[in-house]
Design a protein around this ligand. Structure first.
Ligand SMILES: CC(C)(COP(=O)(O)OP(=O)(O)OC[C@H]1O[C@@H](n2cnc3c(N)ncnc32)[C@H](O)[C@@H]1OP(=O)(O)O)[C@@H](O)C(=O)NCCC(=O)NCCS
Length: 171
């Protein structure tokens, strides 16, 4: 039986900037296509991930982790810090800059095969932090199910800023 090999790698904005023009165009084409698919599956009006967006000056803290099958990108995860306001349980508003999961997508035909977990674990290893310390941007029902299944994270608190936080989040 043929074994499938998935490669996971971190790409920082600096690394993307250093790509040759040929790589920029090839990689950008694949990433933009996945970014559009991600937006459709999350019912967003516009993609939140594209090659151009990752190189924009406002996204310098955003990093990308991709999963490749041979030469094709079949999934990605984007994370980075954001300045946000959160409501505490007592109603007080707190400003914080947590690491946020900003976008997360695995190509439809590859979903539910553990690739999302591969990407997510890679992010946790890189950052060495517990998943309850992240803020999750507009979490989809699939992400909510993913976090409950793999990390037993349930009953998330969806904040007015549309980020979801969980028990253990530092406010
Ligand atoms: C969320 C996502 C990245 C997870 O990646 P994945 O490779 O499917 O995840 P894994 O195989 O590691 O984990 C599977 C678990 O994720 C959740 N999940 C994945 N696809 C799902 C689906 N179609 N319906 C419900 N839950 C789903 C389930 O908990 C599933 O476990 P189960 O199969 O036992 O029910 C992927 O489903 C996806 O790209 N979804 C569309 C985009 C999206 O919603 N992104 C989240 C942005 S907020």
């Amino acid at each position: 039986m043929e074994s499938i090999c998935y490669n996971v790698e971190l790409l920082t904005p600096t690394m993307l900037n250093d790509f040759s023009n040929e790589m920029k165009s090839k990689f950008g084409f694949m990433l933009d296509k996945l970014g559009r698919e991600s937006a459709i599956s999350q019912q967003l009006n516009d993609p939140i991930t594209s090659f151009e967006k990752l190189l924009s000056p406002v996204a310098t803290s955003h990093n990308l982790i991709i999963c490749r099958n041979d030469d094709n990108i079949i999934g990605y995860l984007k994370y980075g810090k954001k300045d946000l306001y959160f409501y505490k349980k007592d109603g007080k508003v707190v400003q914080s800059s947590p690491v946020c999961l900003l976008d997360f997508y695995v190509s439809d035909i590859y979903q539910r095969q553990g690739i999302g977990l591969l990407l997510f674990k890679n992010m946790l290893e890189i950052l060495s932090i517990n998943p309850c310390l992240f803020a999750y941007d507009r979490p989809s029902p699939k992400l909510i199910s993913f976090l409950a299944k793999h990390y037993n994270m349930k009953n998330g608190d969806l904040q007015p800023n549309r980020f979801m936080i969980f028990d253990g989040f530092k406010l």
